[in-house]
Ligand binder design. Structure first.
Ligand code: JFZ
Length: 624
């Protein structure tokens, strides 16, 4: 029902856009200044309330914003996946799991009686909550979220509801209690992941048919004998109450894989959670995994969790949190040495911050309680950068510009804008376009030397030639005359005379097919047209669907037939496993100054990691 409502809205949105632009070519683009305004009316989010038997506590937008403030300021957290599976490290009886290591019981179809024997050997002699929290602190992280129970059903806390818990192992210590106390002692917030729908230990934990059936334990239990309400009543609800009652303040409840639950069940989870912990913050995976591009829905959750390790430039109306791995598995995997470099970590963190999001970066400790040394080292290096440059990340808000820059990312804090330069330009100059608010003073972060700059109606252009380049990224601080920004949101040529037509997902997901831009040409000439799309799907087998489709680019009165070729590969740290593919599709000449429009036609476009169609990212017009 919820999904239908959502799609109806999408459809309505499409009709409105379609009818308003079918006649007038100039209006065809949605990328005009009025419409690309992210600070859309989020009030609707709080006022709607679908009739239901389960009443939810209610709050105003101000109350919501206040409750979210620490989380929005924090930007960066540590995710911890730890459990019985950590002993296997991705391998069982000589067989290596092809998938993420914490799924091994399900993937390798290990019978529950055998898997549960891992309880007899769980003894993390090197576990130290103090050490884990210190690692997170040194990394610059502000909160920790740990798996209190993952899909296997094993609880890392002292549970009276189920014997399948850490107290019944040789280790016999309540990990959740120790970690929670230590987090709050060292000043970090503390959250719990709880697998509320999937449970491979409970015979009644039914989720659904088809693809959902693969997520259940069908090795030991027959789906026909399952009864979800029994599972919820016997285990999920009571355990949720335990973790929300026995440990004092819990700051985040990270529900996961809630697809398959119905609305009333989801509301029940919210109700229990908010009644016991009124200030807690809830993840969107309490329900299905569809992106809420609109806020006009019941408030089941507080932040949106997009697909893991996949951030295409998304900017949503509610804050999001990108959950990512430090290698390619959540649970410890001994054969996975593909560690994320410090520069990648910093890039993902700042990319998220510049788009109204947090970054929750995972570590998978080994069974002995130690976090593998490689990610610890990488996190620490990134943490050292943050110690110097954290002002450009923490407590900031998203970039106010509806486009991206080749040189890096923008964040803002009142009248200061932070420009984190990742790709140092050969010209030693970077620009902001469309900024009409006057800049007062520009410095490199940590230095008091004024940088020289020029500002006219089009560009704020900054000379970086006197700046000492830092490792990974160099933040430049622009102090503005006012915190009330005035920005001309029409796309125009950048300082190199190129035109970058970004696809900012929150706009474009409203209609996946709509790929249309208006832009201003100031310096006429010939331009090469390059379409950039990204791979997607399963990270161990990234898929690029570009070559399967044909379409056209319509620009300046010309129709250019397009079939996509894999011409260039671009590594984008925020896409980790997935490359951006550049396709050169032709040329266009703009003979006069003025406003033009460009449309990509005929392609099936799907922005999400799992949606069908081309993962269109942007179109670049590069002056020849
Ligand atoms: C889920 C879990 O199944 C997994 O074990 C891990 O805990 C992870 C954080 O969350 O896995 C998902 C859920 C959603 C997506 C990918 C993995 N997704 O939408 O891309």
């Amino acid at each position: 029902m919820k999904a239908n409502y959502f799609y109806n809205l999408l459809f309505l949105g499409f009709i409105v856009i379609f009818t308003s632009c079918k006649e007038d070519v100039k209006k065809e683009s949605v990328n005009s200044s009025e419409e690309l305004n992210y600070q859309s009316n989020i009030e609707a989010y709080f006022k709607s309330n679908t009739p239901s038997k389960v009443d939810l506590p209610y709050e105003t937008e101000e109350e919501y914003q206040e409750r979210m403030q620490w989380w929005k300021d924090a930007k960066y957290g540590m995710f911890i996946h730890w459990g019985l599976y950590s002993q296997l490290g991705g391998e069982y009886k000589g067989e290596v799991t092809p998938k993420i290591a914490e799924w091994i019981q399900n993937t390798l179809k290990i019978p529950a009686v055998e898997y549960k024997k891992l309880m007899e050997t769980f003894n993390a002699t090197k576990f130290s909550a103090e050490e884990w929290v210190s690692i997170a602190k040194a990394a610059g992280m502000k909160y920790i979220v740990i798996t209190s129970k993952h899909h296997d059903g094993f609880a890392l806390f002292d549970s009276k509801v189920s014997d399948y818990d850490v107290m019944n192992t040789p280790f016999g210590r309540d990990v959740i209690k120790e970690l929670k106390d230590e987090c709050h002692r060292q000043g970090l917030k503390f959250g719990l992941y709880y697998s509320h729908a999937i449970d491979w230990d409970h015979p009644q934990a039914y989720i659904g048919e088809g693809e959902l059936q693969n997520r259940m334990n069908t090795v030991d239990f027959d789906p026909n004998d399952m009864d979800r309400s029994k599972y919820l009543k016997e285990k999920s609800f009571p355990q949720l109450k335990e973790i929300l009652t026995n440990y004092g303040t819990i700051d985040i409840l990270w529900f996961d894989m809630g697809k398959g639950l119905d609305n009333e069940e989801i509301r029940e989870f919210v109700k229990i959670t908010k009644e016991l912990q009124p200030n807690i913050i809830i993840s969107s995976r309490i329900g299905d995994e569809v992106a809420p591009t609109s806020l006009n829905k019941d408030m089941y959750f507080d932040f949106f969790t997009p697909s893991d390790n996949y951030s295409t430039g998304d900017q949503f109306e509610i804050p999001f949190e990108m959950a990512g791995t430090t290698n390619s598995s959540w649970g410890y995997r001994k054969d996975d040495k593909e560690w994320r470099e410090p520069g990648f970590i910093i890039n993902s963190l700042i990319a998220s911050a510049s788009r109204n999001g947090n970054y929750l970066l995972n570590v998978g400790p080994m069974a002995n309680g130690l976090i593998p040394s490689e990610p610890v080292k990488n996190l620490k290096i990134a943490g050292e950068w943050l110690k110097k440059n954290g002002e450009s990340v923490y407590n900031t808000t998203a970039s106010p510009f509806p486009w991206n820059y080749n040189w890096g990312y923008v964040t803002q804090n009142e009248n200061k804008m932070y420009l984190n330069v990742f790709n140092w330009p050969k010209s030693n100059r970077i620009e902001l376009n469309g900024l009409l608010t006057k800049a007062d003073k520009i410095t490199a972060l940590g230095s008091s030397d004024n940088l020289s700059f020029t500002q006219d109606g089009r560009f704020l252009s900054i000379d970086l030639s006197t700046v000492t380049k830092q490792d990974f990224a160099t933040p430049i601080v622009v102090e503005l005359k006012s915190a009330e920004l005035n920005i001309d949101k029409k796309i125009s040529q950048n300082i190199e005379n190129d035109i970058r037509l970004d696809r900012i997902t929150s706009q474009y997901m409203k209609d996946e097919k709509l790929s249309s831009w208006n832009f201003t040409v100031h310096t006429p000439g010939k331009f090469k047209i390059k379409i950039v799309s990204n791979e997607k799907g399963n990270h161990s087998k990234p898929d690029w669907t570009g070559a399967d489709q044909k379409g056209s680019v319509q620009v300046a009165g010309k129709i250019i037939p397009v079939s996509l070729t894999r011409d260039t590969e671009i590594v984008n740290p925020t896409l980790f496993f997935y490359k951006e593919i550049g396709s050169n599709v032709g040329e266009i000449e703009f003979t006069k100054k003025g406003t033009y429009s460009l449309q990509l036609k005929g392609f099936e476009i799907g922005a999400g990691k799992w949606t069908k169609g081309l993962g269109l990212n942007r179109i670049e017009l590069v002056q020849k």
